[in-house]
Ligand binder design. Structure first.
Ligand code: NI
Length: 173
């Protein structure tokens, strides 16, 4: 497994709709493994393929935060929300492509998701709490949408400027 560099906003690859996974190739398996390792290393609870520059409908997540609980690494391809609760919840979200910036986003508090697993089978699960927020945040990435797109233009611009500065500082070393 290899750690992959995580793209930082603003980057045109983070704004593009991704293509469905049509075949579970060795490249896809390797990307999923690398994405899990990269996510745990960051550390984060979710990572979408476009964040490593792979424009495929694929994301990984593990929202188990309690160190006493067994990890639950999940790989979801071509995910679809098949049901969302009317009940909504506000979470303070962040993103590995927008480091150290957090903002409140309102989303359905529960969702049912169907996806293709690495085993080639379709899976379904009902997500609540952080899992539901994370799944929706990651699925947005596959449509080229970031959590800052839910904020006011002013707040979004402020965060984008900070990220542009961060990228300039990193480029200078
Ligand atoms: Ni994100």
């Amino acid at each position: 497994m290899t750690l992959r560099p995580i793209l930082i906003h603003p980057d045109p690859r983070l704004k593009k709709p991704c293509e469905p996974v049509t075949e579970i190739t060795d490249e896809i398996r390797a990307a999923a493994d690398d994405m899990l390792e990269t996510m745990y290393d960051a550390p984060g609870v979710g990572l979408a393929a476009p964040q490593i520059g792979l424009l495929k409908r694929l994301f990984v997540m593990d929202c188990v935060k309690d160190p006493e609980t067994k990890p639950r690494p999940m790989v979801l391809m071509n995910p679809e929300i098949i049901w969302a609760s009317d009940d909504r919840k506000i979470y303070e979200e962040g993103c590995l492509s927008i480091p150290e910036q957090y903002a409140e986003v309102t989303r359905p508090s529960e969702v049912k998701v169907r996806w293709l697993g690495l085993d080639g089978a379709l899976h379904e699960d009902h997500f609540v709490g952080l899992w539901a927020t994370c799944a929706q945040h990651e699925m947005d990435h596959l449509d080229g949408k970031l959590f800052i797109d839910y904020l006011s233009p002013l707040k979004r611009q402020l965060i984008t400027r900070k990220m542009e500065k961060l990228k300039r500082d990193r480029a200078r070393g």
